[in-house]
Design a protein around this ligand. Structure first.
Ligand code: SAH
Length: 202
């Protein structure tokens, strides 16, 4: 998976590739999907939600530039897989999930792989998680109609924000870097995510 789907497509950050090798993806998919866990596609995780395609997880992780001392906020815990990958690259991962039953499954999956530096909270992630702000990196793993303002407010100086932003069916993967009062935008091509539902979302 790492060599053929990820490195071959241009994600070359060795720390990211190592983290992707370090998380057993088959432990994050529902029963019956284990054999497809390392295939090049998103998979259903129940409640109409999906675990992203491995390449997209790696790409977004690389765009976040997570450092060993960083505190990272993820919106949309889903299966917990993306959080598990991040947990190997930074000090602490705070992930927020809207659906309580999905959050419960994410907690169980993360416990199973021993990811002790991840905490899963239930709530509307479009509000961020102010209690632990600021964050060195913030990742949204659901499609946002626009960049949720509270998330930019919780981004530390030199922090990186990554999210799919755009329409219901197709979004642009954007990265925003905070440089003091300046916000520097970049874009990394089209992606497709399930909708981000909340006060600053759909
Ligand atoms: N990162 C996940 C995949 C996320 S799928 C993984 O690695 O498996 C998108 C998730 O975002 C879904 O679980 C959905 O319930 C959640 N979501 C949607 N809107 C949200 C919101 N406002 N706050 C938190 N989570 C939200």
């Amino acid at each position: 998976m790492v060599e053929h789907q990820i490195a071959a497509r241009g994600v070359r950050d060795e720390r990211v590739l190592e983290a992707m090798r370090g998380v057993p993806r088959h432990l994050f998919v529902p029963p019956g999907y284990e054999r497809a866990a390392y295939d090049d596609m998103p998979l259903p995780i129940g409640a109409g939600q999906t675990i992203s395609q491995p390449y997209i997880v790696a790409l977004m992780t690389a765009m976040l530039e997570p450092g060993p001392e960083d505190r990272v906020l993820e919106i949309g815990a889903g299966s917990g897989y993306q959080a598990a990958v991040l947990s190997l690259l930074c000090e602490r991962v705070v992930t927020v999930e809207r659906l309580p039953e999905v959050a419960e499954a994410a907690r169980a999956n993360l416990a199973r792989v021993g990811a002790t530096n991840v905490e899963v909270h239930v709530g509307d992630g479009t509000q961020g998680w102010p209690a632990l702000a600021p964050y060195n990196a913030i990742l949204v793993t659901a499609a946002a109609p626009f960049v949720p303002e509270p998330l930019l407010e919780q981004l530390a100086d030199n922090g990186r924000f990554v999210a799919p932003v755009g329409g219901r069916d197709l979004q642009e993967l954007v990265r925003i870097r905070r440089q003091g009062a300046r916000l520097v935008h970049e874009s990394a091509g089209p992606v497709r995510f399930v909708p981000l539902i909340g006060e600053h979302g759909w």
